[in-house]
Design a protein around this ligand. Structure first.
Ligand SMILES: [Fe+2]
Length: 156
């Protein structure tokens, strides 16, 4: 049965919020990764890569806010500590000293990781009947798969 945020049990709210905090952490780390590469990319494809990396970090910056505010709607704590995000994120940060192809590859893998994390969070929400969180996760997962395809196409 479909449940709204306030209908969910405290344990369901907490479990879904934890999955969403994982999504926020990985989205935030990827935001910084994309902005880092936006700054430091070099080569003949500088223009389009600089622009595409910006499109990614701007999308992710909005998304991390949407995900965190869904956690608040579930009456849970949105974890905004960078150290905690980095520790739990399956996407790692990078020092930005690498070539353009490696940047594209790393961001492609980050998008695939994010798509999987968002799909899992959506599945958990669905198990609890939390259709509205599930919808947010599905939309985010689709966006990450779109970015993964765009990045992958550069390496074909
Ligand atoms: Fe910029």
């Amino acid at each position: 049965m479909t449940q709204t945020a306030s209908d969910l049990s405290p344990s369901a709210q907490s479990a879904i919020a934890d999955a969403l905090n994982q999504c926020v952490a990985e989205t935030a780390v990827t935001t910084m990764l994309a902005q880092n590469f936006h700054w430091n990319v070099t080569g003949m494809a500088f223009g389009p890569l600089h622009a595409m990396f910006q499109e990614i970090y701007e999308d992710h910056f909005v998304a991390q806010d949407d995900l965190a505010e869904r956690i608040k709607a579930l009456d849970a704590h949105a974890d905004g500590m960078l150290a905690v995000m980095l520790k739990r994120s399956k996407v790692a940060e990078h020092d930005g000293h690498t070539d353009d192809k490696t940047m594209v590859k790393m961001l492609q893998e980050a998008q695939e990781t994010l798509a999987a994390t968002l799909a899992a969070a959506g599945e958990l929400a669905a198990e609890h009947g939390d259709t509205l969180t599930e919808d947010l996760c599905i939309a985010r997962g689709q966006t990450h798969e779109k970015f993964a395809w765009m990045l992958r196409s550069h390496l074909a």
